[in-house]
Design a binder for this molecule. Structure first.
Ligand SMILES: Nc1ncnc2c1ncn2[C@@H]1O[C@H](COP(=O)(O)OP(=O)(O)OP(=O)(O)O)[C@@H](O)[C@H]1O
Length: 314
């Protein structure tokens, strides 16, 4: 569905200064995948998305999206993809149902087809009771569902979503995800989305791609990335600071007050072993905890920085 080779975008600023926003990305996304594209502010996510959706020409490299080349056949790409940007796509003039029909007409559907398709989309996104309302009267979550319906009106096989759940309350975020997952189950739509919510990417996406400074630095399932790049952590609480220091020395960890921090490929297997070692050495431990890594730990391991340090846009 998406194939890029050496995809690059450089911006030229005043005085011939340049910004290398995307530095030679090779990407292959097969049909039906749900891909979360993550990275800190300024990493190159939007620039990549804009090139893949033909909104921005690449400086060099190639990209084939939904079977069409983004440079040679941008119209072909646009006819086959949907794009839900960060801003609301509906105007304020028409009612929700009419917005969808108008969008369908823009994609070349006949009025009858556009009406039929609008009805299907209202149903799919649970918007049927709101069809006669103006977009301005909808809640944030309802508007987001309308944006997705508008992006799907021409039955694209591939949908790009830029921060689909940002700015929504937790209930609306969960609701948007229900609809995104339903879309995939019922229509097999390929989904490529950016998000700042790492826990959403972790639990919902089957593939996570991390971009930093214009380069892809990790690509795999969330589980693979966490196992391969971060590993588990073990947190021990010792009886005394002296016990903590001895435990850290024996097991190769860091002590801080009563707390001892350790890393392990599998904490569940390593912990009993560690406790036996400490008991044999007469080191007293009051509590033990195992911690699975997060995607943020993966990013921290790769870059030494936390993705959560970024401000999530409101
Ligand atoms: N039109 C432009 N002119 C000059 N520089 C730009 C332009 N658009 C983006 N950039 C720069 O390219 C780099 C990548 O920006 P991009 O918007 O792709 O990042 P991002 O990962 O989407 O960030 P965010 O999470 O903040 O949206 C940044 O350094 C940005 O300042």
């Amino acid at each position: 569905m998406i194939h890029t080779r050496g995809l690059t975008r450089t911006f030229t600023l005043k005085k011939k200064q340049t910004v290398e926003a995307v530095r030679g990305i090779d990407l292959d996304v097969e049909a039906g995948q749900l891909v979360a594209f993550l990275g800190p502010n300024g990493a190159g996510k939007s620039t990549t998305l804009r090139m893949l959706t033909t909104l921005l020409p690449p400086t060099s490299g190639t990209a084939t999206v939904a079977g069409r080349d983004v440079t040679r056949d941008p119209d072909g790409v646009r006819a086959r993809i949907g794009y839900v940007g960060q801003k609301n796509s509906a105007g304020e003039t028409f009612r929700v149902g009419d917005e969808l029909v108008t969008q369908g007409r823009c994609y070349g559907l006949t009025t009858a087809e556009a009406r039929r398709r609008a009805g299907e989309m209202l149903e799919l996104l649970d918007l049927t009771p709101l069809a006669a309302r103006k977009p301005g009267t909808l809640s944030g979550g309802q508007r987001r569902r309308l944006d997705i319906a508008l992006g799907l009106i021409h039955r694209p096989g591939l949908l790009f979503l830029d921060e689909p759940s940002t700015g929504l309350d937790p209930k609306s975020r969960a609701d948007i995800w229900t609809h995104i997952l339903r879309l995939r189950e019922t229509h097999g739509t390929t989904l490529f989305l950016t998000t700042h919510y790492l826990e959403e990417a972790d639990s919902m996406a089957e593939r996570v791609i991390i971009i930093d400074d214009g380069r892809i630095i990790a690509d795999g399932t969330a589980e693979q990335l966490k196992n391969d790049l971060a590993g588990d952590r073990i947190l021990l609480t010792a009886h005394t600071a002296q016990d903590a220091g001895r435990a850290a020395a024996l097991l190769g960890g860091d002590a801080d007050g009563l707390t001892v921090r350790l890393r392990a490929a599998s904490a569940a297997t390593a912990l009993p072993e560690h406790l036996r070692t400490l008991e044999a050495a007469g080191v007293k431990i009051a509590a033990a905890e195992t911690i699975r890594p997060t995607l943020d730990d993966v990013f921290l391991t790769l870059t030494g920085r936390s993705l959560s340090d970024d401000d999530v846009p409101a």
